[in-house]
Design a protein around this ligand. Structure first.
Ligand code: 4AD
Ligand code: MG
Length: 476
């Protein structure tokens, strides 16, 4: 008999028809009530098992984690907590789970413990909710861009260029590391490598997306990116997913509007389609914050925070205004910031979070950063000191989006390459788009895991990607 997914069963009216469900046992109470989940919803279906109808040896295997198939009749539930339940007539254990060994028991496990069991943590309510929301978000991203007339572009994962110029790349090679071919000057002879030159995993699909935008008008990438930055923080991964739209005939204002519209649209989508999981995650957060002092708890519940972003108008500040506000702030005057904030310094997470959480109390778009702390491709402003950059900062996360208007003037771009020590023959193809039919254009990168963090309220980025890659950790 065809199985019904539990999400469907829970929407079905009781009748004398027999139905089949499959799933994993969450609990088995009072020798009678089985709570079973199949991943289609945060809710379990209750199966009612009459002991006398089944073999003792079968009942013994109804442990948390076991996979089962059950056939029975859907009836109105006698107990509270659920509207329907299944009176089981046939029961099959598909795969048992030894209770002495299965690590995911009903008790509350710490997120740190579950990270070590990432292969099984999908079986918990928290992680199944997170990964369903993650799915909804990626779908909402594609829907948003498709509806706006964008084309998705698959940009290369192996590349020779370092778009961000931060030198944080993983090398890709087939050379024998124990026996590297050398040139006369002692350096490695990459002409013998697979691609005949040094190559690496991409840190961004932007440069290639720009090439396509200069013909297709508006494109976006949604792919994995890799950064060997040795920062073991709760917001950095060595492998993460990024969404990078690129639009032609558009300036920084258009870029900011696209970013704001995109964020609001995808959060609005999960608010509408992910209610059950969001409610679960909201309660989870409230419960887990009970032990914390009031000042460390979220001021507003998760869904309110998302709703606020959807309804708010994002504040705009220039980098220079931000530096002035920071230097005027209480934590600065009390020397509470770890990092300095002189004009020219990069903004750190502590600065970004003070700005969005204390100073503005909502999303902020910061523009016009000093040229030195941003990438070579950003458009130079008339002041000669700053570039047309924009970062979108949100409460609890800080930077979620980084973007800019691109330098479309060939002479200035060539000068920037020289300033950033980028040999022109490495980016000749990029420069050629400025030689032939150049036009103003812009784009941004949205960190997908940061978006999932924001939407789920999870506070560590390792808990919103199935198998996190971080320094010294690439298990699974
Ligand atoms: O600000 P970033 O470095 O910008 C770029 O890569 C540009 N090429 C984007 C563009 O204009 N097309 O990165 C963009 C976003 C950040 O705002 C952040 O959300 C996320 O990517 N991000 C990371 N997420 C997780 N782990 C990391 N190590 C990240 N580094 C950046
Ligand atoms: Mg950035």
């Amino acid at each position: 008999m065809e199985r019904l997914r539990i999400s469907k069963v829970l929407e079905t009216a009781p009748s004398s028809n027999k139905i089949t469900v499959c799933g994993w046992v969450r609990t088995y109470r009072n020798d009678r009530f089985l709570a079973v989940n199949d991943g289609s919803t945060i809710h379990n279906i209750q199966l009612v098992v009459q002991r006398e109808d089944f073999d003792e040896s079968l009942l013994k295997q109804l442990n948390a984690g076991a996979a089962i198939r059950a056939l029975g009749v859907l009836v109105e539930s006698q107990g509270g907590g659920q509207s329907v339940e299944i009176q089981v007539e046939e029961l099959e254990i598909l795969g048992g789970a030894d209770p002495d060994e299965f690590p995911i028991q009903m008790k509350k496990h710490s997120l740190e413990f579950l990270r070590e069991k990432a292969h099984l943590r999908f079986r918990t309510n928290t992680f199944s909710a997170v990964f369903r929301i993650r799915h909804l978000l990626q779908f909402a991203v594609h829907k948003f861009f498709h509806d706006q007339g964008f084309y998705q572009l698959h940009t290369p994962i192996i590349t020779g260029s370092d778009a961000e110029g931060a030198g944080e790349m993983f090398k890709v090679t087939t050379l024998d590391l124990e026996n590297l071919p050398k040139l006369e000057d002692g350096s490695t002879d990459f002409s013998q490598d697979f691609f005949g030159k040094p190559s690496n995993l991409t840190v961004s699909g932007q440069l290639e997306a720009e090439l396509a935008a200069m013909a297709l008008g508006q494109v976006y990438t949604f792919g994995p990116t890799f950064r060997a930055e040795n920062s073991n923080t709760s917001r950095h991964l060595a492998e993460f997913w990024m969404i990078e739209p690129e639009i032609a005939f558009a300036d920084l204002k258009d870029d900011m509007k696209l970013a704001e519209d995109c964020l609001k649209s995808v959060l609005g989508y999960v608010l509408e389609h992910g209610k059950d999981d969001l409610n679960f995650l909201e309660n989870r957060e409230v419960q887990s914050e009970k032990q914390l002092p009031q000042k460390d708890r979220h001021e507003h519940p998760l869904t309110d925070r998302l709703q606020n972003v959807v309804e708010s108008e994002f504040a705009h500040m220039t980098y220079t205004e931000v530096i002035n506000a920071l230097r005027d702030s209480k934590p600065f005057k009390k020397k509470k910031f770890k990092y300095p904030c002189e004009w020219g310094d990069d903004l750190h997470s502590e600065h970004e979070r003070w700005l969005v959480e204390k100073h503005i109390g909502g999303p902020v778009i910061v523009t016009d950063y000093p040229a030195e702390i941003k990438a070579f491709y950003m458009r130079q402003n008339d002041d000669g000191k700053t570039v047309a950059a924009m970062d979108v900062l949100v409460p609890g996360i800080g930077e979620i989006i980084g973007g800019s208007q691109r330098e479309e003037r060939l002479d200035i771009l060539k000068k920037k390459c020289a300033d950033f020590n980028i040999p022109e023959d490495h980016v000749w193809w990029y420069l050629e788009t400025r030689k032939f039919g150049s036009a103003e254009h812009c784009g941004f990168g949205m960190g997908f895991e940061r978006l999932v963090m924001f939407a789920t309220g999870m506070s560590n980025i390792r808990d919103v990607i199935p198998f996190p890659r971080t320094p010294l950790s690439a298990e699974f």
